[in-house]
Design a protein around this ligand. Structure first.
Ligand SMILES: Nc1ncnc2c1ncn2[C@@H]1O[C@H](COP(=O)(O)OP(=O)(O)O)[C@@H](O)[C@H]1O
Ligand SMILES: [Mg+2]
Length: 475
């Protein structure tokens, strides 16, 4: 019984030992799994960043002045506050606060330096950026985004980004850059390529790890700020093709200028990609004001579709809703990353000061206020798979290898042929230093042979003289 009990006890210990080993392995496996999931969840640790919202109020127009229209907006640039109130509706005074507000005194340079410059600096560090101008027609969206590119003072955001990008490239050492631009517009829910106006309507595609892309969109490689400006001007010209009233058309379509900058550090070979979307949206005025013809109504409803779905997306994001209706319009699909995704985004809300625009201004201010709540997660785009510079680097390496291979084969075959056949001297002048060095050994041989022959002759002559001397001495 004792032996039996002892045996049982031993087996129990062995079993418990095995169990505890398994338990410990399971435990460590769980710990490992936990560690790896928290590492993968790195993206969730990327700090959120709100959409920056600024409001810009244009000066009163000549017409408004002539008509003595009441001014309903008061701007407090130092506090970032806009107040709206009409004499009719004094108790109904509304106050809104934004990241920055600008009145008619703010010039183009100030807006750029204070708001846009830091964003473009981030794009040049590999982040995605987006700036869009929202507001009623005639409030200064195009003035803010483009302005007058030929005037240093009146130049808007887009041409100023060209200057910033190229002054950065010109002073950066040890990096290669590739700058490409595309320009498209969304009109009546159709995408038009403004750099290749003949092409059919473009489509949107979802690309894994990249986001929403426009597959056949033409892109132009630029080598200077002037190049980029030329592309922008050409795109604007193409915008008018087929439309009788340019101003009306441009206020009804959304224009999207895209800049993609690839940067490669020559020492580390790390590639970064920054993408900047610059958007001049269609006028946000309501349908009632846009006219009554059937075509106009259809057009307006499609413009409004994009803008209203943009409004819905902004509201859903602001309320942290589980469903964000990006898919409702092409504009919101294109802006998917810029709103609630991987991007640093600035919204410029343009307003007018007059009482005539009271309702539209109030709507714009509310819209802009909601957009402030949107949280983005900008991540630096390092070593992306689709970088063209990477493709070019690999191609250059492949060609280098091919050249090196060809060079060795040529050397081997030339060495073989020279050992069999002596090439004429003229041909060899084109070849490299090593080939010429190889030739010197070849030249030594006939020289040596000649000298050798000469020595033999002398030897013979000496032998002869010695023999003669010997015979004469004997005799
Ligand atoms: N901040 C501003 N300073 C001076 N003029 C402005 C300003 N904003 C707009 N304007 C002028 O107001 C008019 C309408 O502006 P525009 O940019 O065409 O409006 P939108 O593109 O919103 O329809 C233009 O003549 C423009 O030069
Ligand atoms: Mg405009």
């Amino acid at each position: 019984v004792g032996r039996c009990f002892g045996d049982l006890k031993n087996r129990l210990f062995v079993f418990l030992g095995k169990f505890s080993f398994k338990f410990r392995s399971c435990l460590s496996l769980f710990i490992e799994m936990d560690r790896s999931t928290s590492a993968k969840g790195g993206r969730s640790k990327v700090p959120n960043e709100s959409v920056h919202v600024i409001v810009r109020c244009r000066p009163i127009s000549q017409k408004e002045k002539a008509e003595k229209n009441e001014i309903v907006t008061t701007i407090y640039p130092n506090r970032g506050v806009v107040e709206i109130a009409s004499s009719e509706n004094k108790e109904n005074r509304k106050v809104f606060t934004y990241d920055a507000v600008y009145d008619h005194n703010a010039n183009q340079k100030t807006v750029y330096t204070e708001v846009v410059r830091p964003l473009v600096t981030s794009v040049l560090d590999g982040f995605n950026g987006c700036i869009f101008a929202y507001g009623q027609t005639g409030t200064g969206k195009t003035y803010t985004m483009e302005g007058t590119p030929s005037s240093e003072e009146q130049m808007g955001i887009i041409p100023r980004t060209f200057e910033q990008i190229w002054s950065h490239i010109d002073r950066t050492r040890n990096s290669n850059f590739l700058v490409e631009v595309s320009y498209l517009e969304i009109y009546m829910e159709e995408l038009r390529d403004l750099l290749q106006p003949g092409t059919k309507s473009l489509e949107l595609r979802e690309k894994e790890k990249v986001g929403v892309v426009v597959p056949n969109l033409h892109s132009v490689c630029c080598k200077s700020a002037e190049d980029m400006l030329r592309v922008m001007v050409q795109g604007n010209k193409n915008r008018t093709v087929g439309f009788t009233n340019m101003n009306e058309h441009s206020s009804r379509s959304h224009a999207i200028f895209i800049i993609k900058i690839e940067m490669c550090d020559v020492e580390t070979n790390i590639i970064k990609v920054g993408k900047l979307n610059l958007i001049d949206l269609a006028g946000s005025e309501r349908q009632s004001k846009t006219g009554a013809t059937a075509d106009r109504l259809k057009e307006a409803s499609k413009i409004n579709l994009a803008l209203s779905s943009l409004g819905n997306v902004i509201s859903a994001l602001a309320e942290d809703s589980p469903h964000v209706p990006y898919r409702d319009s092409k504009l919101t699909r294109l802006l998917q990353d810029s709103l609630g995704g991987n991007s640093k985004t600035i919204m410029v809300a343009n307003i007018g000061p007059s009482v005539l625009n009271y309702n539209e201004t109030l709507t714009t201010l509310r819209y802009a206020s909601r957009a402030k709540k949107i949280q983005n997660k900008p991540i630096k785009n390092e070593d992306p798979q689709d970088a063209k510079l990477k493709e070019y680097q690999e191609e250059i390496q492949r060609l280098k290898n091919l050249l090196a291979q060809r060079h060795t084969t040529e050397r081997v075959s030339s060495a073989m042929s020279t050992s069999r056949l002596k090439k004429p001297r003229k041909q060899r002048s084109e070849i490299t230093v090593e080939d010429i060095e190889g030739d010197t050994c070849e030249e030594e041989e006939p020289q040596f042979v000649k000298e050798d022959a000469k020595t033999k002759e002398e030897l013979e002559r000496e032998k002869k003289t010695t023999a003669e001397l010997a015979s004469s001495s004997v005799s």
